[in-house]
Design a protein around this ligand. Structure first.
Ligand code: ADP
Ligand code: MG
Length: 735
């Protein structure tokens, strides 16, 4: 066992270990990787005016004034210590007998560390910040001893702390570990270290926890970022290699089959990109190893046709294909539109069915028993060449006669493990896998999150697309607001349709976590829970019917409606029997109604950037120009407003995904498997560390090619085993 796996009880003692448990730190490795948030320079005091209410903070400040007095009420004694950073003030409040101790220990002039939760009292110019019963540590002036001296000499690491465990207690425990322990063998091979000028392992941990200067901390960070990138890339390189060695049934293109018949009846020409990617996929499918390909393409790029053509090639070769969508609405829509596009080609065994015809089955989580049985039977018997579904397809009792290809649409909601689960469904070799993602992602994310896949991209939109204009509408401005509804009426008068999107359903959910995953808006980054609840579909719809949209045909769509009901509403909207659809983000992905031209997003600041881009992609899909109005009460120059302005300023999905990434925590980006509390990425940021990720990927690939089993790299193999265990543990927790 290396020091990293040692339980903290053993490494730092039971009492300290118990405190550290408050931060979810269980092993010495957890603690060593609990990195300082920043470093305080001695003499450089914390900016007290920047402290936000409710935040748990550790500040370095000087005692300015101290005032103790007896009070008549219990607990009888009140001590107020005022500390300063030279400008702002912070009040430390202690009550009761215990207050005599800080009174003695914190005479004016003392520099100290103070930790606690910030509360505000008073208001306006008299607003004061205070910490009630803070933990503190005086840092004496001239005659320093022991720990205080070390603080005087070094940068002071400021750790993410919590109630019951202060930053300096964490620092003390880390010191015990670093002084006592040999960190074991370095997982980063020496030739890699040398080539990229990286410092050694113990030096790195010393340097990040107890740097003498910022340059040392910087070298340590670089080295530890490398560790994160390298271990992950090695894992991905091994995945790619393992996949390349699996056997798959080749599904080569056949002349004169379904695919050819389909191409002949397509009402449009494929774009150059669709053709090129199609050729790539066709070649992949003909190989004896499974395809693992990611298809990227902006909203409306025409990915569905590409996926469908791949499926038809597999059906022509005698296999089956499954298409997986993240929501019921989307699965139903795919089913509907594939059946429509195939026409007689999807009517096997029916009157009017074409010669090579197949069947397209639908399987969703909550369809009726009869429909479900029929779908299951068609999948198992092989009479359905194409099976469309939601996650329900992953359930174990779904059997295929000969699953040859899995197409996963709108990938960002599927984790690596789910992909794996579906692959297990194939009998006699692994199926080929095509992942289609709607959100364009920056290269670094592709290399990390989808690092086990080959990638293709559709970079142009089909010709004849109409532009989409996007405007931010301040909800406080009555004139703008009225104009928004007027625009919907104008479009409806011309026979076109509109979406109104709200962040919430509004049927008195006991807690938002119980709402359907179809509806959940990704939280805006600064969501603080203290604001008014976001606007809800079920409140907004009747107000519109009675008010500004009176007389228009309007209905609602959200994730907690019965699936049949959802399907019925979507059909009516698609058929033009509704003018306005008031919906949650259930329409975010892939919904395709070319006649819809206007979208009004209510409380637009409650959505993420990429999500808004996705939503907006629902309009402007036909001959007519699209209009997207982002309604918000976010004030100008706020972060939220900046995000909306960014969305309004460009239609480039790649650009927006960069902006999105800048504003999110990495865990959110990495999704399922890497987002847990023990996320393997702590220092590495996907956006800023592109160079490291690229270099680490190249090194890892070379190393795995030369030594696939990592026989010459036992320390690296051990790191990898931990990473895989953690991923699995998190997956099980979620399952
Ligand atoms: P996305 O990439 O967002 O999934 P879709 O596959 O839903 O996009 O395609 C959007 C629309 O564009 C669909 O109505 C589809 O039929 C149409 N389409 C796809 N390819 C072409 C093309 N080459 N020319 C014209 N229209 C196309
Ligand atoms: Mg799509």
């Amino acid at each position: 066992m290396t020091i990293f796996e040692q339980p903290l009880v053993k490494a730092v003692g039971a009492k300290a270990a118990k405190r550290l448990a408050a931060l979810d730190l269980e092993t010495a490795g957890d603690l060593l990787r609990h990195y300082p948030r920043r470093y305080a320079q001695r003499g450089e005091l914390t900016d007290l005016d920047s402290l936000a209410e409710g935040e748990y903070v550790t500040v370095l400040a000087e005692v300015e004034k101290i005032q103790g007095r007896k009070i008549s009420k219990r607990p009888g004694y009140l001590l107020e210590v005022t500390v300063t950073d030279g400008r702002g003030l912070l009040t430390l409040t202690f009550f009761g007998k215990g207050a005599y101790i800080p009174e003695r220990e914190l005479p004016p002039g003392t520099h100290g560390l103070f930790a606690g939760k910030v509360s505000f009292f008073g208001s306006g110019r008299h607003l004061k910040r205070q910490l009630v019963h803070p933990e503190y540590k005086p840092l004496a002036g001239g005659d320093l001893t022991g720990a205080a001296r070390e603080f005087a000499e070094e940068l002071i690491p400021v750790y993410p702390a919590a109630k019951g465990v202060t930053s300096w207690q964490i620092a003390d425990c880390v010191r015990i570990l670093l002084d006592a322990a040999d960190l074991g063998d370095d997982a980063l091979p020496e030739h890699v270290r040398r080539r990229h000028r990286l410092i050694g392992l113990s030096e790195a941990y010393q340097g990040i926890h107890r740097p003498r200067d910022m340059a040392e901390a910087g070298r340590a960070r670089k080295r530890l970022k490398w560790d994160e990138a390298f271990v992950l890339q090695t894992a991905l390189a091994r995945r790619r290699r393992a996949a390349a060695e699996l056997a798959a049934t080749p599904r080569p293109p056949a002349a004169g089959g379904l695919l050819a018949a389909f191409d002949a009846r397509l009402p449009f020409d494929l774009t150059e990109g669709q053709r090129a990617v199609g050729d790539e996929i066709a070649a992949d499918l003909a190989r004896t190893h499974p395809m693992h390909r990611l298809l990227q393409g902006d909203v409306g790029a025409g990915k569905t046709v590409v996926g469908l053509r791949a499926m038809l090639q597999v059906v022509d070769a005698g296999g089956q294909a499954a298409l997986l969508a993240p929501t019921e609405v989307l699965a139903q829509q795919h089913h509907r539109s594939i059946v429509a596009m195939l026409g007689p080609l999807a009517q096997a065994g029916q009157l009017g069915g074409a010669e090579h015809a197949t069947r397209v089955a639908l399987l969703t989580g909550s369809q009726g028993a009869k429909a479900r049985r029929a779908g299951l039977l068609d999948a198992a018997s092989g009479s359905a060449g194409i099976v469309v579904g939601t996650h329900a397809l992953l359930q174990e009792h779904v059997q295929f006669a000969d699953l040859g290809l899995v197409v996963i649409d709108e990938q960002h909601r599927f984790g690596v493990e789910q992909r794996d689960a579906l692959r297990e469904k194939a009998t006699g070799g692994r199926p080929h896998v095509l992942v289609m993602t709607a959100t364009p992602i920056p290269r670094t994310v592709a290399m990390t999150v989808y690092g086990d896949l080959d990638t293709s991209a559709l970079t142009q939109l089909p010709a004849g697309r109409s532009p989409i204009a996007t405007h931010v509408v301040p909800s406080g401005n009555r004139a703008y607001w009225d104009r928004a509804w007027e625009r919907i009426r104008e479009e409806a008068a011309k026979g076109r349709q509109a979406y109104v999107v709200c962040p919430r359903i509004g049927d008195e959910e006991p807690s938002s976590s119980s709402s359907s995953p179809d509806d959940v808006p990704e939280d805006g980054p600064e969501d603080d829970g203290a604001r008014r609840p976001p606007l809800a579909v079920l409140d907004v719809a009747p107000k519109l019917t009675e008010g500004p949209l009176h007389g228009l045909r309007l209905d609602v769509l959200h994730g907690r409606m019965h699936p049949d009901e959802k399907d019925a509403v979507m059909r009516r909207f698609a058929a033009g029997e509704l003018d306005v659809l008031v919906a949650t983000t259930v329409i975010e992905v892939g919904v395709d109604v070319p006649n819809a031209t206007v979208m009004v997003v209510m409380d637009a600041d409650r959505f993420g950037v990429s999500q808004l881009h996705q939503l907006r992609g629902r309009v402007g899909r036909g001959r007519h120009a699209g209009l997207c109005l982002l309604v918000t009460d976010a004030v100008e120059e706020s972060k939220a407003r900046e995000r909306l302005d960014a969305v309004a300023s460009t239609l480039d999905g790649f650009e927006l995904s960069r902006i999105d990434l800048e504003q999110r925590r990495e865990g959110d980006v990495l999704g399922e498997s890497q987002s847990g509390r023990r996320s393997s990425l702590r220092l590495l940021t996907l956006l800023r560390d592109e160079e490291i990720i690229k270099e680490a990927r190249a090194e890892a690939t070379t190393l795995v090619e030369a030594d696939p089993e990592l026989r010459d790299h036992p320390a690296l193999a051990a790191e990898l085993a931990t990473l895989v265990d953690e991923e699995r543990a998190e997956y099980l927790e979620k399952a």
